[in-house]
Ligand binder design. Sequence first.
Ligand SMILES: Cc1cc2nc3c(=O)[nH]c(=O)nc-3n(C[C@H](O)[C@H](O)[C@H](O)COP(=O)(O)O)c2cc1C
Length: 205
Amino acid sequence: MSKVLVPFYSAYGHIHEMAKAVAKGAEETGAEVRVVRIPESQMAKEGMSTQEAYVEAQNKQADIPEATTDDLVWADGVVWGIPTRFGNMPAQVKQFMDAAGGLWANGSLEGKVAGIFTSTNTAHGGQETTIITSIVPLLHFGFIFVGLPYGENPEMTEREFVGGTPYGASTLAGPDGTRMPSEGELTMGGRLGARVAKVAEKLST
Ligand SMILES: Cc1cc2nc3c(=O)[nH]c(=O)nc-3n(C[C@H](O)[C@H](O)[C@H](O)COP(=O)(O)O)c2cc1C
């Protein structure tokens, strides 16, 4: 049985919903799953706490434990929930990765499996760039990266406008942020969770 960590950052709840689907997909393989929230920054909290959507989404996450770098050591596979910020990862995720510098130094994460799911407001607002650029630090840590190929992601070829990339699962929040993940996007998230869990299981035995 593999141990799968789902660390996520979600200001408005879309990545949180995807994280639940990813966790379910991993659990269905028999994996032990831990869902944890990447700590919010004081600056972002101060800037966004006047927004109703932010406060509501944060309240829904209040019971989820905050991620620690020890969680990364515990896991065989890590499925990162990373919404886009200008086509890149949010500073909160970067700060968490930077805090794991000691684990890089002693090679603790080398050989673990990683996948990524993301969210953007707009269709071409950075889904691929967020995932691809986030792979760079993961490779420095020594993670073995797992994507979500077309064979496991048939929704990608539908004509209807949905998230989903070969690099990882994704959702679209829409221009005003009110669109929540569709069934198809949650299904793709679940498949990514299962895929990381299965590869981690194989590599850890
Ligand atoms: C500072 C900032 C930068 C953002 N940059 C982008 C962007 O480059 N492209 C895009 O489509 N959406 C962008 N967004 C929208 C977020 O990606 C969107 O709110 C997020 O994916 C929703 O996920 P969440 O509900 O889990 O926070 C940005 C949002 C913020 C606050």
